[in-house]
Design a protein around this ligand. Structure first.
Ligand code: FCB
Length: 447
């Protein structure tokens, strides 16, 4: 195990205006699935499909954040973060995804945003972290339907009018690759569709909706910075064979370039369009320019590298590597490599690391929660960010995933990512060792 760096030394590697945060998402923590007029989302429905969630968990209660807002805000403030990244549950503010808005739902996010500001914390919002109003799935196949992109832009505009004066940053989407590929190609996430053609059409509509939403929010005069959050991973071949190199190139195209080329070069990568053949999406004139309109920032979520071979084009670990409880390889170098590659290949807006963290099984020792591996994971990845910054990458902030243990999608509650422990029987929150360390880092004197 590596030595712990003195926190002040680590902190000195970052500029005094670097943004330090923690991240969550609505479905994973809020609970209150039917409270105050909220409509059902595709995740509410997916959790009811037998076998879809490993432990049979649902988002009905989750961390009950919806009912514990004030004390959770105090918990966030106690960490000393400068920013909090959360997502807005679309069917909470517009139950059917079209038509009437729900004042009580909007009111919750107003209280959240105002509560953050009162505590001196900058609100970083994400408009879509996977909880699509179920009604839109039933009406038009969710993101498969082009109409969903227009519905999303309208919802974005309403949020920007109601909250845009108080939110510092708005990301349209969280990880459109996950929405499209895990949701519509592999079917392991909501809505559970398994069809590559549908998935790529969905990915196009997700990106299109980003462009339409940015345009609508700018037209509404929003002051917040606007961007998108992408999950990314450096992709490397498992061996030095030409075949593995071929699979790595393709996987890099599907995972990274499909999104970054569309957003920052104005076109989908031609090798992937060709590889998709008849499954390539239908694109209308003008779509590419809409998708590629300028953004103020790009968020990067990084957890692990991807290793490609003919038997598995997208493995989250090389054989024999140290892995987390998710089976994801611990590779801080992957993050600096990724950032340097993006700098080399693209002209990106400023970058935020909008998620980074690890699932481990916590050890209870004399009432304390020992998670030294998670602390080390965060420390080593922060050092990788510092190195990339030293080498000229414009990274402005870092958000730990996650503030607290929560509903980890298809894994249910079995995997814990929090720097705060949640006892699901009592919903009590307790800072883990990693949380105490992060707090000490954030409160250490800045150079
Ligand atoms: C990311 C998600 C986030 C969380 C982490 C572990 O893909 O954005 O909600 O589940 O993985």
């Amino acid at each position: 195990m590596s030595e712990q760096l003195p926190v002040a030394e680590l902190r000195r590697r970052f500029a005094s205006n670097f943004v330090w945060g923690v991240a969550t998402s609505a479905f994973q923590i809020e609970g209150a699935a039917r409270a105050d007029g909220k409509g059902p989302s595709i995740w509410d429905e997916f959790c009811r499909v037998p076998g879809a969630i490993a432990d049979g968990g649902t988002g009905d209660v989750a961390c009950d954040h919806y009912h514990r807002l004030e004390s959770d805000l105090d918990l966030i403030a106690d960490l000393g973060v400068t920013a909090y990244r959360f997502s807005i549950c679309w069917p909470r503010v517009q139950p059917a995804g079209t038509g009437a808005y729900n004042e009580r739902g909007i009111g919750f996010y107003e209280r959240l945003v105002d509560g953050l500001l009162e505590r001196g914390i900058q609100p970083y919002a994400t408009l879509y972290h996977w909880d699509l109003p179920a009604e839109l799935q039933h009406r038009s196949g969710g993101w498969f339907g082009r109409d969903t992109a227009y519905r999303f832009a309208e919802y974005a505009e309403v949020i920007s009018r109601r909250l845009g004066d108080r939110i510092v940053s708005i990301a349209t989407h969280n990880e459109p690759w996950v929405s499209a590929v895990l949701g519509y190609e592999r079917g392991v996430f909501a809505p559970g569709v398994k069809d590559r053609r549908i998935a790529y059409q969905a990915s196009h509509h997700l990106l299109l909706s980003h462009g339409l939403a940015v345009q609508a929010m700018r037209a509404a005069g929003i002051k917040a910075e606007l961007g998108i959050v992408l999950n990314m991973s450096p992709v490397r071949p498992a061996t030095d064979s030409e075949l593995d190199a071929h699979h790595a190139r393709l996987e890099d195209g599907r995972l990274v370039r499909w999104y970054t080329d569309a957003l920052f070069k104005g076109q989908y990568p031609s090798d992937i369009v060709e590889h998709l053949g008849a499954d390539a999406p239908v694109i209308q004139a003008g779509d590419a320019a809409l998708i590629a309109q300028p953004c103020d920032f790009v968020g990067i979520n990084y957890y692990h590298p991807t290793v490609s071979s003919s038997s598995n084009p997208a493995s989250p670990a090389s054989s024999g590597a140290a892995v987390t409880d998710m089976g994801w390889e611990v590779a801080p170098r992957g993050l600096s490599d990724l950032l340097l590659r993006l700098k080399r290949d693209y002209r990106l807006p400023p970058i935020y690391i909008t998620e980074n963290g690890a699932a481990y099984r916590d050890q209870f020792v004399d009432g304390r929660i020992e998670d030294e591996q998670r602390r080390q994971y965060i420390e080593s990845h922060l050092l990788a960010v510092a190195e990339a910054i030293d080498r000229g990458v414009d990274v402005r902030g870092y958000f730990v995933w996650s503030l607290m243990d929560n509903f980890e999608w298809a894994e249910g509650y079995r995997k814990r990512f929090g720097i705060v422990h949640v006892d699901y029987a009592t919903l009590r929150r307790t800072l883990k060792r990693s949380g105490l360390w992060y707090r000490a880092l954030l409160k250490s004197v800045n150079a």
